[in-house]
Write a protein that binds this ligand. Structure first.
Ligand code: CTP
Ligand code: MG
Length: 231
């Protein structure tokens, strides 16, 4: 690829935060800053993202703009996460690589962002971070009866940011599948190899009240800091 690779980050931040129960989740405070500010700051701190596009709830676009640096584009999100990603994609311009990163993963270390982006810039067309799972995972039928137990050694809990060649992400979203909970699922369905790099426990998604307590505790106790921050 001639010239420098342009990397855009799409931040889906338009969810209602139903499971957390504290209003639109991206605007929930964590140690004095909203989750949206934490996640965007992490992307900027990584130093490997050229453009940041945030998909916010339609009625909170002005609020999002007021919280973020002027260089950041804020668009309206959609009903489902994939609708929000699609709206962000439309604003991504001529980026070569697009990363999609949940606003809810507020404490994601910049080192993880760099690891994912570098692997994509070096040529992998789809890159996602994953961690080994610690629980035993079972599949169940609608009646709650176990139908299988996949071998745990083969399982990974997948996080964001997820990085894709821009044309691949656009094709994946154009394929229209509505039931995927992440972007990589859409790419897998196109038959394209998705590469997993090591994730980071600090990139956990703040989903329920327990997750927010954990995030608050990590920040208050000084146990969270970007790995690049000098000690
Ligand atoms: N998201 C989005 N647009 C939606 C739904 C979700 O941009 N229509 C974003 C969320 O803001 C979040 C990320 O996708 O940053 C992951 O979604 P999730 O953790 O499910 O957040 P919410 O949908 O807000 O939470 P809940 O499902 O509990 O309502
Ligand atoms: Mg949701």
């Amino acid at each position: 690829m001639p010239g420098r690779t342009t990397v855009a980050a799409l931040v889906p931040a338009a969810g209602g935060g139903t499971r957390l129960g504290a209003g639109p989740k991206a605007f929930v405070p964590l140690a004095g800053r909203t989750l949206l500010e934490w996640s965007v700051d992490g992307l900027l701190e990584s130093g490997c993202v050229d453009i940041v596009i945030v998909a916010a709830p339609a009625d909170l676009i002005d609020r999002a703009r007021s919280l973020l640096p002027e260089t950041i584009t804020v668009v309206s999100g959609g009903t489902e996460r994939h609708d929000s990603v699609r709206n962000g994609l439309a604003a991504a311009g001529a980026a070569d690589v697009i990363i999609v990163h949940d606003a809810a993963r507020a404490l994601t270390p910049p080192d993880l962002i760099r690891r994912v982006v570098t692997t994509a810039v070096d040529g992998a067309r789809a890159v996602i971070p994953g961690l080994p799972v610690t629980d035993t995972i079972k599949t169940v039928d609608p009646a709650g009866v176990v139908t299988g137990t996949p071998p745990r050694a083969q399982l990974r809990a997948i996080q964001t940011p997820q990085a894709f060649a821009a044309d691949l992400l656009a094709a994946a979203h154009a394929s229209g599948a509505a039931d995927a909970t992440d972007d990589a699922t859409l790419v897998e369905r196109l038959g394209v190899a998705v590469h997993v790099v090591p994730g980071d426990p600090l990139a956990f998604k703040i989903t329920t009240p327990i997750d927010l307590v954990l995030a608050q505790s990590l920040v208050e106790r000084g146990l969270w800091k970007p790995a690049s921050t000098p000690v």
